[in-house]
Write a protein that binds this ligand. Structure first.
Ligand code: ADP
Ligand code: MG
Length: 616
């Protein structure tokens, strides 16, 4: 800017909308604005510390990294100043006038849908700065960036539709925000009120906070302290402030190790899933420090991606301070660190699930997707993660769950595989003809009901050395079961099988008599490499030309009256026997969710009914 006339800018439309909501709709929890501004000041100083590690010409390197808060009851102002990285002209425009991230849109959406507790969550969406307008008529942001030749600027707005930027000579590096409080918010110009708020929300800021010149917070790296010296309240406060969380921590893991690496870690599992309905994928929430200095608030390559919902701090004195993103990616040190932490986290979940299964169940309902994603993608931790999965089975009550470990402990003598069936829900699976043979033999079958389960089990393949086998698949060897009642002779059975194969031709891979069935006359078994009904549906949804005719192995039940009668009818009444043969296959395909086109089925059914009623 060459002259001293203020430069006027209009807020981006979404920001205007956001401001309107902030000012007019969010009346509760107004006080959170302070936490947001302190958090921004702290972020700016963390960033400066990082810049200092890599750049030489930082303006005024001698300035202390502190947050200064000043109250002025007479002028009805509250001022928050930091010596962080500051902002230049373009940064002021970008950071305080436009949507820098997708956060604003998500925030507006959630308010409209009434899904969020808005004021309290404003920071979660990366729009925390605007909360200043909940309590101010006018906000002035004085800022000077860390670059040696940076301008000294002031950004001013009444939070309506526009803001101005002008020169503001005499600034030190960093940002000073002066809030002109609204008439009904003058309480925030009193020292005692602000002191209380800092103590409530911001005790764990990693920089000294001075209120009217007096130090208020304790700066401590909680993760370096001894567990026995920390109470639940302190952990919670740390979680909420340092990890920028808005819920209660559900589980926590706090440990230190010396070998093979010097590690101090304090990580939390949240209560609420940050990616629940409508929220996008979150960035890793575990920050990386080296001896109390932040290296990366969201290191991409430290922990496996599925652990991104975890929050906390990992501090390793073995890490060099100026480690760059590139070297982080392929550093053996990082891999080692990540591996130690992820193993400890998984073990923590395992222990917690044993200690309080009901609590774990509630947690699991919200977070199962992450664990499943882990099983499918995190090869190193696959088996350990599989232990964390929960599901219903043919032996559990509806609504009660168990894990693979429980399943294995209940396996029958001689059983060498883990059986499962994927379906939309317990009821549907329960009535599946596939289950019959396993139920009568007392073999437990796992019920997988989540759309991604299929993919997850396939990636897992085995658990504890036992193969995971779908009960839909052919080729499962089951022990003989004593049969009662009449049954076809072996000769008649093989003659019937031959007749059926000749009639059904290409539509079936084979026809054989089997031991699986009790109640049903036939069952359609699927080759182990065929897609499941669910996968087929997905493929079809993605590609309208998708064609995949599944050829099934038809198993017949020689004890079933219908089959016994059919054996006779194929000689006495071949026309009718043919119709029945085709209909049996269609019925089996319907039960298996594999019938593609029901037109023939319906007309054949009508013919059969006419015959039964004697009209044809
Ligand atoms: P978030 O902190 O989640 O990015 P905010 O709305 O709180 O969202 O802040 C928007 C942006 O404004 C920040 O990302 C940062 O770039 C900039 N900013 C805010 N306060 C400061 C500050 N005190 N010093 C430097 N930059 C700041
Ligand atoms: Mg912020």
């Amino acid at each position: 800017m060459s002259d001293t006339t203020p430069e006027k800018h209009v807020f981006q439309a979404e920001i205007q909308q956001l401001l309107d909501l902030v000012v007019h709709s969010l009346y509760t929890d107004k006080e959170i604005f302070l936490r947001e501004l302190i958090s921004n000041a702290s972020d700016a100083m963390e960033k400066l510390r990082h810049v200092e590690a890599t750049e030489k010409n930082v303006h005024q390197p001698e300035l202390p990294l502190e947050i200064h808060i000043t109250t002025d009851e007479e002028a009805k102002t509250l001022t928050i100043a930091d010596h962080g990285i500051g902002m230049g002209h373009d940064e002021l425009v970008k950071n305080l006038g436009t949507i820098a991230h997708s956060g604003t849109k998500a925030f507006l959406k959630s308010i409209h849908e009434g899904t969020a507790a808005p004021a309290n969550m404003i920071g979660q969406f990366g729009v925390g700065f605007y909360s200043a307008f909940m309590v101010s008529d006018k906000v002035c942001v004085h800022s000077r960036s860390w670059h040696a030749d940076s301008a000294e600027l002031m950004w001013t707005s009444d939070g309506k539709s526009s803001y101005e930027i002008e020169e503001s000579p005499g600034l030190d590096r960093g940002t000073k925000i002066v809030m002109h409080l609204k008439e009904d918010c003058t309480q925030y110009a009193t020292e005692s009120r602000i002191k209380h708020l800092i103590e409530t929300y911001s005790n764990f800021v990693g920089f000294p906070i001075l209120l009217n010149g007096k130090r208020v917070n304790e700066v401590e790296a909680l993760w370096l302290k001894n567990k026995s010296a920390i109470n639940d309240e302190q952990y919670k406060a740390f979680y909420q402030f340092a990890c920028k969380a808005f819920d209660e921590p559900c589980y926590r893991l706090h440990f230190s190790a010396d070998a093979p690496l010097a590690i101090h870690a304090l990580v939390f599992a949240p209560t609420e899933n940050p990616e629940r309905m409508g929220f996008s994928k979150v960035d890793c929430g575990v920050a990386l420090y080296s001896s109390k200095v932040l290296i990366d608030a969201s290191p991409e390559d430290l922990l496996p991606d599925w652990m991104r919902f975890m929050k906390g701090v990992v501090d390793s004195a073995d890490l060099p301070l100026n480690i760059s993103r590139e070297t982080m990616q392929d550093s053996a040190l990082m891999r080692k660190l990540g591996s130690v932490i992820s193993k400890r986290v998984i073990r923590m979940f395992e222990k917690e699930s044993e200690a309080d299964p009901a609590k774990y169940r509630t947690f699991y309902r919200k977070f199962e997707r992450f664990f499943k994603e882990g099983v499918a993608t995190d090869f190193a931790n696959r088996e350990a993660l599989a232990k964390l999965l929960r599901f219903e089975s043919s032996l559990t009550e509806a609504g009660t769950v168990c894990g693979f470990t429980d399943y294995v402990s209940r396996m029958k003598d001689g059983q060498d595989a883990i059986y499962y069936l994927v379906g939309p829900g317990r009821e549907q699976i329960n009535s599946s003809p596939y289950l019959e043979a396993f139920k009568t033999r007392g073999l437990e079958v796992i019920y997988f009901t989540d759309a991604i389960d299929e993919y997850v089990v396939e990636s897992l393949g085995t658990f504890d050395g036992k193969k995971l086998v779908s009960v839909r698949h052919g080729g499962v060897e089951l022990e003989d079961q004593a049969t009662t009642g009449e049954t076809l002779t072996e000769d008649l059975t093989s003659a019937l099988c031959a007749f059926l194969k000749a009639e059904l031709g290409d539509r079936v891979l084979s026809v054989a008599s089997g031991k699986r069935l009790v109640e049903n006359p036939v069952i359609a078994l699927v080759p182990a490499n065929a897609l499941s009904p669910h996968m087929r549906q997905m493929m079809k949804a993605m590609d309208e030309n998708f064609k995949d005719e599944v050829k099934v192995e038809l198993e017949i039940n020689p004890r079933h009256p219908l089959i016994r009668k059919l054996a006779a009818a194929k000689d006495d009444n071949p026309d009718l026997a043919r119709l029945v043969a085709c209909q049996l296959l269609d019925n089996a395909l319907i039960a298996a969710g594999l019938l593609e086109d029901a037109r023939d089925t319906v007309s054949r059914m009508n013919t059969l009914m006419e015959k039964a009623l004697g009209t044809a």
